[in-house]
Design a protein around this ligand. Structure first.
Ligand code: NDP
Ligand code: MG
Length: 353
């Protein structure tokens, strides 16, 4: 029996996780949390908002599935990593914002960190059991979002509704906007760096419109291993929750005889600057990734409220990154301060846009 705490139970990932858990008698939901939606009776222990580590202390799960959206997921990520409790991580923002602190906590705790983000689950599977020195580089694929191929001029007036129409994945609103700006791939680049300990020049991003190849790892001998499947988050969620069993899911097998073409192209870094900004923030290190995430969260929320043009999301993040000091955070208090400072700057910039 695996005792699972599901944080973000009402969200896109959360609801798919409930489906996986319900289909597996050996997975027991012991605790569930949401941000504001009522979830009474969903699990023996539930909590709406507040400090999620209080719920985790009471529940003492074997696995924490962190499917909260945004920086709010950070305390739960650190709680699990510090204690060596298996962490199934969908909440990429926490790892991006607290990469160095999370890496230290993970080393101290010694537990498993199983990525739920599809590209990272795929990379984890390609890398599993292989020596780090045999790896040449990692390739993360991006669908390109609903605005692939458009010019900046064509993006000036896009509405939240247009940006929310994702071509291949059906996800929560924040990550859907991040996919439209390519900030999602920026966050994933940072996430991959902290998960797999690869330098940024060894992580490449390519556009792959059908989202069939989720990640690809190149090895030093010239071989490359890729992970393929239809885009369906139940696969990586199930992989993390049933690890190492790789249990069955209702997701159909790839139909190759029906014809499968795999197309790749380079991302348009000029029209979608948030990918390049993430790479630069990662290379600068310190709390630059934290500021990148914070400014992006503020800008996306403001865009969704209809108070910020689409192109100003990237401008807000770029200006914020130019203003923060980016000094490394020695502890959680300093990290929370860096996050708050970046939010203040981003709010000011967004209000003036
Ligand atoms: P949703 O917006 O659909 O769901 C977010 C969940 O987080 C909801 O359950 C929400 O509760 C909860 N929540 C928000 N704030 C808090 C808080 N302060 N305390 C506790 N719970 C909170 O998001 P997604 O499911 O799409 O995404 C979740 C995470 O997974 C994100 O980090 C995203 O980047 C990542 N991810 C998602 C993928 C997807 O396919 N959806 C794919 C890969 C990664 P409430 O309903 O009450 O607001
Ligand atoms: Mg992803």
């Amino acid at each position: 029996m695996k005792r699972i705490a599901l944080l973000g139970a009402t969200g896109s990932i959360g609801r798919q996780a409930l489906e996986i858990i319900a289909a597996h008698p050996e997975l027991e939901l012991v605790a569930a949390a949401s941000g504001s939606e009522p979830i009474d009776g969903l699990a023996p222990l539930t909590q709406v908002g507040g400090d999620l580590t209080e719920l985790l202390e009471r529940a003492r799960p074997d696995v924490v599935l962190n499917a909260v959206v945004g920086f709010a997921g950070l305390p739960a990520t650190l709680w699990a990593l510090e204690r060596g409790i298996d962490l199934a991580l969908a909440n990429k923002e926490s790892l991006v914002a607290a990469g160095d602190l999370a890496t230290t906590a993970r080393r101290r705790g010694g537990g498993r960190l199983l990525p739920v983000d599809s590209e990272h689950s795929a990379a984890y599977q390609c890398l599993e059991g292989r020596d780090a020195e045999t790896v040449h580089s990692l390739v993360l694929t991006a669908s390109g979002g609903p605005f692939r191929g458009r010019s900046s001029e064509e993006l000036a007036d896009v509405t939240p509704a247009e940006a929310l129409a994702h071509p291949t994945w059906n996800m929560g609103p924040k990550i859907t906007i991040d996919s439209a700006t390519l900030a999602n791939k920026g966050l994933e680049l940072l996430e991959a760096h902290f998960l797999f300990g690869l330098d940024y020049d060894r992580i490449e991003v390519v556009i792959h419109p059908t989202s069939t190849v989720h990640a690809l790892v190149r090895f030093r001998d010239g071989a490359a291993l890729a992970h393929l499947g239809y885009p369906d988050m139940r696969v990586p969620i199930s992989f993390a929750l049933t690890y190492p069993e790789r249990d069955a899911t209702p997701v159909p097998q790839l139909d190759l005889a029906a014809g499968l073409t795999l197309e790749f192209e380079a991302p348009d870094l000029e029209t979608f600057p948030l990918l390049g900004l993430a790479r630069r923030a990662g290379e600068q290190g310190g709390t630059y990734p934290c500021a990148y995430n914070a400014a992006n969260e503020v800008a996306v929320a403001t865009f969704l409220e209809g108070r910020l043009p689409f192109l100003a999301i990237a401008e807000t993040v770029e200006e914020t990154l130019g203003e923060v000091d980016g000094a490394p955070a020695r502890d959680l208090t300093e990290l929370v301060e860096a996050d708050a400072e970046a939010r203040r700057l981003a709010e000011r910039t967004a209000a003036a846009a």
